[in-house]
Design a protein around this ligand. Structure first.
Ligand code: AMP
Ligand code: ZN
Ligand code: FE
Ligand code: FE
Length: 290
């Protein structure tokens, strides 16, 4: 079993990178990828833990990008380098996120809700603050009755407490991933199809022009029919097939590492082909640098 889409407490997951890898080992996962939102901070600890525990760890990232009116996520895999330009781009994304937090608190307070900056900071417990942390504060305080209600009423785009955060263009995200030594994969196409039916073919044409390497056909939220459709779409388009759970935390009804909502089964071959592609990219890159 493998899982190529996992969050840690460096973004909005609950487990620190080492505990993520311990969980992977306990669940008999052979390989995992760490794909935190807009940060690579968890990768080094996860790789070290993987060596100790016999789990292959692919250093990755999940970058929010925006194109033609739609937001979607690009996964980067095999990120082992942090030249200055990569560092400064990640710093810019973090800063944009930091600036958003107090403005969202103000908006919630303006709506008469008792939410303070301190509540959110405490909820995040040292991680980069994201909207899921806000949702959990609202839920804990009884201001909404479900996590989803927090998004629908306050946090989703266009809702009352939404504040825009800078996002990279897919071109900039693909360039960032390449400069960090990685390859780019389009995350959870099922979410794109449900948010904007008919957009995916146009998006894939644009992204393959930017060097897109793969499509996340296996995903917790995909039905078996969707998975089959995305696997064949990837094959037709010459893209690698990848997959993962989008694990954030144990329990609470979210997807579990490796198995998602129960029906997820990412073939080991997805990891093997990804690893081969990353190694090939390395060799080509080494030649360029000679
Ligand atoms: P942020 O990085 O702060 O923009 O938050 C993004 C995260 O919020 C996503 O990875 C999802 O986990 C969650 N999210 C975004 N939009 C929604 C939504 N409409 N409903 C539920 N969760 C959402
Ligand atoms: Zn997340
Ligand atoms: Fe995502
Ligand atoms: Fe994710």
């Amino acid at each position: 079993m493998v899982d190529l889409h996992i969050h840690t407490s460096c973004s909005d997951g609950s487990l620190p990178p080492v505990e993520v890898v311990e969980r992977a080992a306990a669940r008999n996962l052979r390989a995992v990828a760490i794909t935190d939102h807009d940060t690579v901070d968890g990768n080094a600890d996860a790789i070290a833990a993987g060596r100790r525990l016999g789990v292959d760890v692919v250093p990755g990232v999940e970058i929010s990008t925006h194109w033609e009116g739609t937001t979607f996520h690009l996964l980067g895999y095999g990120l082992r380098r942090r030249p200055e330009r990569v560092r400064s781009t990640f710093a810019f994304l973090e800063e944009s996120r930091r600036q958003r937090t107090p403005r969202m608190v103000e908006k919630l307070q303006g709506l008469g809700l008792d939410v303070t900056l301190d509540d959110v900071v405490r909820e995040a417990n040292g991680s980069l603050i994201g909207r899921p942390h806000f949702a959990r504060v609202l839920l804990r305080k009884g201001l909404v009755s479900t996590f989803q209600e927090a998004f629908d009423r306050y946090l989703k785009r266009g809702a009352a407490a939404y504040v825009h955060k800078e996002r990279l263009s897919p071109a900039a995200a693909a360039e960032l991933i390449g400069e960090a030594g990685g390859i780019a994969v389009l995350a959870h196409p099922g979410l794109i199809d449900s948010e904007r039916p008919g957009f995916l073919p146009e998006l894939l044409t644009h992204l393959t022009g930017l060097g897109l390497a793969g499509l996340e056909a296996h995903y917790s939220g995909h039905s078996p029919e969707e998975t089959a459709r995305y696997v064949s779409l990837a094959r037709q388009t010459g893209l690698l097939v990848t997959g993962g759970s989008d694990f954030h935390r144990p329990g609470e009804g979210g997807p579990e590492m490796g198995t998602g909502f129960g029906g997820l089964r990412v073939p080991d071959s997805c990891y093997e082909e990804l690893a081969r592609r990353i190694a090939a990219f390395d060799r080509a890159d080494g030649r360029r640098q000679e």
